[in-house]
Design a protein around this ligand. Sequence first.
Ligand code: HEM
Length: 453
Amino acid sequence: MTPLFGKLFDQLDARLHVRADTRKSANKVFPSNWSFLLGEVALFSLVILVLTGIFLTFFYRPNVEAVTYTGSNPVFAGRTLPAAFESIVRLSSDINGGLLFRRLHRGASHLFIATIVLHMLRILLTGAFRKPRELNYFVGIGLLTLAFGAGFTGYSLPYDSLAGTGIRIAYSELLSLPLIGDRVAFWIFGGAFPTGDVIPRFFVLHVMLLPAALIGTVGLHLFMVYRQKHTQFPRVGVDGHQLVLGKPLWPLQFAESTTLFLWTGGLLAAAAVLIPWSDVALLGPYVPGEVGNNAQPDWFLFWLEGALRIFPPIEFGIPGTLIISGPFVAGVVLPGLIFTFLAFYPFLEKWLYKLEGEWHVLQNPLEIPLRAGVMLGVFSALLLLSAAATNDILSRMLGIPIEVMTWFFRITVIVAPIVLGLGIARYARRRLNRRQRHVPSTETEAQQRYIAA
Ligand code: HEM
């Protein structure tokens, strides 16, 4: 520490007695493996989202009343537009730095969700969710849900043709809830869509409630990582359950994380300057009743869109009162089941293998055939559903009738995950047998039984 910082710190310590706690935190050990940086990039993206979002909030107008655009964009000059869309055109064409901040914000939102998904994949594949981290894994599932909510409400705010189509689909999903659908949809949207209330309400969610919930929950998540310490990959000759090896927070990890933050911001800024995207002129404002042929949600909701597209149009229930419909099963029941299954997966492993004790050393997913099979099954199903969201484009490109494409996805989305899941589980089991049930020397007896199971 420089003498100046040293003196300042002495003054602080004299008042708050922070020296002992600070030393403990500064010595916290971070494992040296790149996959531990995914959570950090998610964190940095969140910081960039908040900072760029504050700038955008100064100029965005959260309502859909008709206003005349008087700015310099030749495509919209003199046209009457919904105020929300008009403010996005002004941000893009008339406000210094507006387009840069819009692109930075959008880019950071994609990076945020992509790194959360990869981070979660690492946690799931390596078994970092096992006791004592099941609780933090649960907090993580909450974070994923909040991030999806923030992504969807943000995508809706420009009120361009894509946004309007997305909001209308969300409204139809609410309507499909058995018995209470219309009341819930009217309550959330303030009447039958399109209403004037939806954009102001999504705005409050997007700039206040969801960011506050995200920031609070990330704080809780990191506090739990701090208290429980990191897991780590196995190292020959080291009892990873007793000892974490790696870099101390101060100064090594701090320097590495600062560098990573600067790279994250720098690459997002370079992408914002060099890649011409977020161009509202290509889309135009939302006009109720008009649906663009290639209307697609953001990539992280493709799987949901795919499920809605290929699910058969079934309807059944008590005569006179519709209970269950295709959109309800594909858009509400299916995502509910996937999220619930992923949330409770740690308990499934714990129950199946009768696990006791704590687990701090990570695993190769092939060491646990059940996990390898289930994860490949779930993720291949999600990827196929995502591909099904492009069935119209694929059908045009390949010259295959759309009905054939839809049936292809209906069948493969069920068959392929089962075949792949069983295949990888079988391969993992054989691999274990070949290695004569070799297990790292650091495992306790109960853990060895689990790995060999
Ligand atoms: C806003 C989103 C998120 C942020 C900013 C975030 C951030 C972090 C960071 C910085 C770490 C420590 C480094 C590491 O272990 O990778 C961590 C650990 C962890 N995260 Fe997340 N995370 C997020 C979402 C999630 C999700 C969606 C899950 C799972 C459902 C999850 C589960 C965990 C677990 C179990 C740990 C402890 C892992 C270990 O010690 O190896 N997190 N998170």
